[in-house]
Design a protein around this ligand. Structure first.
Ligand code: PMV
Length: 346
């Protein structure tokens, strides 16, 4: 049986970063990572089986994407991987799909769309082919949560942290097959806010695939990996104890360390925009003066994420506007729940 379904998957912001892979083909990361699942930054993907169509079709934010071209290549490869998984698991038919996907956040705003996008695509395609219209029903069809995380991870590493809500750890394990991801706490444990400050909305010069590969060439990468067990323990403890000062200090050191690895790799990659470094310095100065209860992190891009207590988010945003201009584009998000799958009507 095949069904029209809608999957909704959240994006996530890493507190301890995934940067560098031990095995690219099997998406085995160099280290464990920990992220916070976001609430309003989500990808919504609808999948409709179309046995009458020769090929899959994909509309992204209402525009047709060529699945055989560069922009559609991740989705194309993921659909092939998911078809193989269905053939192996249920042996059921995997007709062409008509896919439509939308992000609830603008492109190039400093929120990674690959994590939410690949998780939503995985859930939607598997749901459409197996007839499962909930994540639980997918489990009964042979696609339990561990398998869903694994399949999404093969499409984009950080996507394995987008199935669950709250705070999630991706464990590298001691071999590619031993890796796993699981939630540490749900969002209610500690409702933190993420105030994303869009300093630059230009396209990234270097995608994460090339960046991950270059990490090993940085002389700072070895020392980084050697120190990560300590950081992972400190972040885990700060999350358990809801200790924002401890968490915040680790967040900032971690983001700067990842960017130092990026910049010192061969080829070096600089994701900072003109205002990124001055902004980060300002956050530290204001906080030291007791005026800004927020700590920064960054992804592979120029736009800082300010992590703060939920009740401080509006105040943090107004202080950013007062210094960086009333027209500063910000997205105020917070810790949220996990991915969902439901029946959709045409
Ligand atoms: O999942 P990818 O290949 O897009 O890599 C994500 C890398 C970072 O966003 C920079 C860090 C992370 O852990 O999410």
């Amino acid at each position: 049986m095949s069904t029209m379904v809608r999957a909704t998957a959240p994006s996530n912001i890493a507190f301890v970063k995934y940067w560098g892979k031990r095995d690219a083909a099997r998406q085995w990361p160099a280290n464990d990572s920990i992220s916070m699942t976001l609430s309003s930054a989500r990808t919504v993907t609808t999948a409709t089986p179309r046995p009458d169509q020769m090929n899959d079709t994909l509309f992204m934010n209402e525009r047709s994407v060529d699945l055989t071209g560069k922009s559609g290549s991740k989705a194309h490869a993921q659909l092939a991987r998911l078809r193989a998984a269905v053939a192996q698991t249920t042996g059921g038919a995997t007709p062409s799909l008509s896919l439509s996907t939308k992000n609830t956040f603008p492109a190039s705003c400093g929120i990674a769309s690959s994590a939410s996008g690949l998780m939503a695509l995985t859930l939607a395609a598997l749901g459409a082919w197996t007839g499962a219209s909930t994540v639980e029903a997918l489990g009964r069809a042979g696609f339990g949560r561990a398998r869903l995380r694994e399949l999404a991870r093969l499409g984009s590493g950080s996507a394995c942290r987008s199935l669950d809500g709250g705070y999630v750890r991706w464990y590298a394990g001691s071999s590619p097959g031993e890796q796993s991801a699981s939630p540490l706490h749900d969002a209610a444990h500690w409702p933190l806010a993420d105030v994303i400050v869009v300093l630059s909305s230009g396209e990234k010069a270097v995608g994460s695939t090339e960046g991950h590969a270059a990490a090993w060439t940085s002389p700072l990468f070895g020392p980084r990996l050697a120190g990560l067990d300590r950081r992972l323990s400190a972040v885990t403890k700060a999350l358990a104890e809801r200790d924002l000062e401890r968490l915040g200090d680790e967040l900032e050191a971690e983001a700067l360390e990842m960017h130092a690895v990026m910049m010192s790799a061969t080829p070096g990659v600089n994701y900072f925009a003109e205002r990124t470094a001055p902004f980060l310095a300002w956050v530290r100065e204001e906080r030291a003066k007791g005026r800004l209860p927020a700590w920064f992190t960054l992804d592979a891009g120029p736009n800082p994420h300010l992590i703060a207590k939920a009740q401080d988010a509006a105040d943090v945003a107004s202080r950013v506007r007062a210094r960086w201009g009333d027209d500063t584009h910000m997205i105020i998000d917070r810790a949220g729940t996990g991915a969902e799958l439901e029946l959709a009507s045409p």
